[in-house]
Design a protein around this ligand. Structure first.
Ligand SMILES: *Cc1c(COP(=O)(O)O)cnc(C)c1O
Length: 395
């Protein structure tokens, strides 16, 4: 009869699944001010430390002075300005693809690409651990939608056999909540056998992976024939905001003509594109950021294993500590917070039931000393967690 929102909210609370937004009162960085306290954070996606970089900020400021603040209209009306166009050209060159198209968010880029490419009578096959935006895109497309077992080329192959129409295989490049890499050589091989296209969302691979930060396709040396649709987001390692799709001339023109989440929205502020042009330059050229990040990753895994924590198979800055129970994950997050560390607990439905975790993320902006502080706190908190039951208040 009416919306019983109170009951829904109460139920979520009881299940230890209630979400709260920590209030950030400082810029992104290893040391943040949150809810009135200074904390050392290990949960942002600013993997290369560019979100608060002075040169990126300066590019933004200069961009705003030259181009103003608002995008003003959609790209097809009068919102496609010179900085947007320059950024698209730079991203095409960076990814080694004929063209790239700029979007305001990764969520929209994914909705746009999938819905423009497949519809009724077609098939979309997705990894069951894909990012929510890819799963939503598959549902919205109206295509026959099926999820294959995580990173499993055999499972994909059996679904490809039953596929009809144009078939799009969609996967995260680096899985956002696990940190592992898609087995693209095997997945692309299966797709190619069946004439299916592959779309990779490499939101977490661009920046940390590849010799010049070109992400998973650079890491595996894959081209346009292997991955026809390549998505990157700009809010993670790039440190700014927005997203892009890179691919053939025909792919990009198809998106411009038919992708509703591209057409019916205002362009991002042009000054933002100016900032991203600068962060792209830093991301490509400052290889020391990747080297330092890799040193942090190696040291974290070593230290965490010595404590007896259960890590996942990840060689990326995403280093989740698997807990299982949501209450216990929240509890570990609380214990760390009492010691001045911020690591968010990730719970269902973001991850599958029974696989709550602390999603530790590392950034080139962290020092080795800061990482040692995290390891010391984990060594102290982990035994406390084991001896208490999982019932705690909300995060
Ligand atoms: C963050 C993320 C997105 C969404 O990108 P936004 O620009 O934040 O909307 C899409 N895909 C993956 C894998 C992500 O991690």
């Amino acid at each position: 009869m009416s919306f019983d929102l109170a009951a829904r909210l109460a139920e979520r609370r009881t299940a230890n699944l209630y979400r709260q937004r920590p209030l950030l009162e400082s810029p992104q960085g290893p040391l943040v001010q949150v809810d009135g306290r200074q904390l050392l954070a290990f949960c942002s996606n600013d993997y290369l430390g560019l979100a608060n970089h002075p040169q990126v900020i300066e590019a933004w400021r200069a961009g705003a002075e030259k181009w103003g603040v608002g995008g003003g209209a959609s790209h097809l009306v009068i919102g496609h300005s010179t900085p947007h166009h320059q950024l698209e050209e730079a991203l095409a060159e960076f990814t080694g693809r004929p063209r790239a198209l700029l979007f305001s968010t990764g969520y929209m880029a994914n909705l746009a690409a999938v819905t423009a490419l497949v519809g009724r009578d077609d098939t979309v096959l997705e990894d069951r651990l894909n990012h929510a935006s890819l799963l939503d895109a598959g549902l919205l497309s109206g295509a026959r939608f099926s999820r294959y077992l995580h990173n499993d080329a055999v499972s994909l192959s059996s679904r490809l056999r039953k596929a009809n129409g144009n078939t799009l295989v969609v996967t995260d490049g680096v899985f956002s909540m696990d940190g592992d890499l898609a087995d693209l050589p095997a997945l692309c091989g299966e797709a190619r056998l069946k004439g299916a296209w592959v779309m990779v969302d490499d939101a977490h691979g661009f920046g940390p992976l590849g010799a010049t930060g070109g992400g998973i396709v650079e890491h595996f040396g894959l081209g346009l024939d292997d991955v026809q649709v390549l998505v990157g987001t700009l809010g993670k390692a790039f440190g700014t905001a927005g997203a892009f799709v890179a691919g053939s001339e025909e792919l990009i023109e198809t998106l411009v003509q038919f992708a509703r989440p591209y057409i019916y929205t205002t362009s991002q502020p042009p000054a933002l594109a100016c900032a991203t042009l600068k962060s792209l330059e830093l991301l490509r050229s400052e290889h020391w950021r990747r080297e330092h990040l890799n040193a942090l990753i190696t040291r974290f895994r070593q230290g965490a294993e010595a404590i007896g924590l259960e890590l996942m198979t990840s060689a990326t800055p995403i280093q989740p500590i698997l807990i299982g129970d949501s209450g216990r994950a929240l509890q570990l997050s609380h214990l760390l917070r009492e010691r001045g560390l911020l690591v968010t607990a990730i719970r269902p439905p973001t991850v599958p039931a029974g696989s709550a975790r602390l999603r530790v993320t590392l950034s080139a902006a962290h020092s080795l000393e800061q990482l040692e502080l995290l390891l010391e706190a984990l060594a102290e908190c982990w035994p406390l967690l084991a001896t208490q039951d999982g019932s705690v208040a909300d995060a």
